[in-house]
Design a protein around this ligand. Structure first.
Ligand SMILES: Cc1cc2nc3c(=O)[nH]c(=O)nc-3n(C[C@H](O)[C@H](O)[C@H](O)COP(=O)(O)O)c2cc1C
Length: 415
């Protein structure tokens, strides 16, 4: 298997061959499965969340529904899966098996207790079988057991209490996995930090309703006639995941390492998560869509990206976009521009004209004889929606051009 020197990294004091892990979910459900993912190239695993086994876990059936947009399948994934339904001992045996047979891969045990004692027991048992790290699941949005998952995050103080229980029990590093289903993710993170967390994972799934049957009125997945507001993942949630990681990276009172998750399917997604502050990365839905083999392209793409830019260590990239993310009142409003058209490449479809008429500044007129838009720069808003609908997009036929002094001739705002 190809080794990528540039992708080696250290996270929470633990050395990773590469920063990409399976996230906790069905893709990391058994030792046999995870072993195959390691052979494919994943640098580590966050194993499917383990419970103490006192509450019987029964997964609803069916437990997932794909969300398609036109011809694009699995743009999102809705699920009502619970934590692992396997006996705790089987899961712990699998962690030990993985550490023994793939000693250079990183094993993170994801745990969820329902009492303080259970959090302690799960933490200790995971450490004893060789887990390199723990991830505390405070974030599943659809647990059937009362007071667990995301509800812990909503109770806030419990996040600190459970984290402290775990930290007082083990020596290995502890990640708190946070929910995006909260007004301010940095508040939950602060409770975890005060409890002693060493870092954060974000995001767990976004609480959503991704589809309702038009004939049966039942949300998907349809579980014997009912649906639920439950966890949504995949490419559709990547913007939310990036936002959460960036918020955690920017919060001055936090300052802890981050593991990014949510919609990563290719090397570009991976690099974006690094740029907003993730030190490691986690994937589920991408694997549900394509299998463990997606790791090959992700690693190769990340490595090439670094090589082309002369960056020897992946860690040098982490957080590089963070200073560029500002509140909108810090924008330079004196910089204004227009859409610039490369008419030679225009196919004359007229979509730019329609959207400019109906959704922008009516700065285009239409030359019927030549089937071309005619730009009147003085009324162009520079909003660029014409470029979003233009089919000639690779490279874009319509580009943004800054016009010095344009802000001075903009019409006054009237309300
Ligand atoms: C079917 C399914 C089951 C999941 N189970 C767990 C779980 O047991 N523990 C956990 O922390 N996250 C769980 N997750 C959330 C994922 O680990 C991940 O945070 C989320 O799906 C976003 O990443 P993605 O877009 O790459 O899937 C689950 C996700 C899915 C789709």
């Amino acid at each position: 298997m190809t080794q990528y020197k540039r992708l080696e990294t250290t996270f929470l004091g633990v050395k990773f061959e590469n920063p990409v892990m399976l996230s906790s979910s069905p893709v990391s459900n058994t030792g046999e499965m995870v072993g195959r993912s390691f052979d494919a190239g994943f640098g580590g695993v966050v194993f499917k969340t383990i419970g103490a086994g006192k509450e019987k876990i029964i997964h609803p059936g069916p437990r997932m529904a794909g969300y398609n947009y036109h011809n694009h399948r699995l743009v999102g994934l809705q699920n009502v899966e619970q934590i692992s339904d396997r006996p705790m001992k089987d899961n712990l045996d699998d962690l030990a098996y993985l550490k023994k047979n793939w000693p250079t891969k990183i094993i993170v045990s994801s745990i969820m207790g329902f009492t303080k004692q259970e959090w302690r027991d799960l933490a200790k048992a995971s450490e004893d079988v060789g887990a390199d790290m723990l991830e505390l699941n405070f974030s599943c949005p659809h647990m059937t057991v009362e007071g667990s998952g995301m509800k812990v995050s909503h109770a806030q103080a419990l996040v600190g209490e459970f984290t402290a229980e775990v930290k007082n029990t083990v020596k290995i590093p502890v990640l708190a996995k946070l929910t995006p289903n909260i007004t301010d993710i940095t508040e939950t993170a602060k409770f975890a930090k005060d409890g002693g967390a060493d870092g954060f994972t974000a995001i767990n799934t976004v609480q959503a309703l991704s589809g309702i049957g038009l004939d049966d009125y039942i949300p998907r997945p349809n579980v014997a006639g009912k649906g639920a507001m439950s966890g949504y993942s995949g490419p559709a949630v990547k913007p939310i995941g990036l936002r959460c990681i960036a918020q955690l990276a920017q919060a001055p009172h936090l300052g802890l390492p981050l593991s990014g998750c949510g919609g990563i399917e290719n090397w570009i997604d991976a690099i974006e998560y690094l740029l907003v502050g993730s030190g490691t990365l986690q994937i589920t839905t991408g694997v549900i869509h394509y299998g463990y083999r997606i790791i090959e392209d992700i690693l190769e793409g990340m490595d090439l990206y670094l090589e082309e830019r002369g960056i020897d260590h992946l860690a040098d990239l982490v957080g590089k976009a963070v200073p560029n993310i500002v509140p909108t009142d810090q924008f330079d409003l004196t910089s204004q521009g227009v859409a610039e058209y490369d008419q030679d490449r225009c196919v004359g479809c007229g979509q730019c004209y329609i959207v400019c008429q109906d959704a922008a500044g009516q700065c285009l007129t239409w030359d019927d004889a030549n089937r071309r838009p005619v730009m009147h720069e003085d009324t162009c808003l520079g909003c660029m929606i014409c470029s979003f609908v233009c089919p000639v997009s690779d490279p874009p036929m319509i580009k943004y051009r800054v016009v010095p002094g344009k802000s001075e001739i903009l019409p006054p705002v009237s309300r």
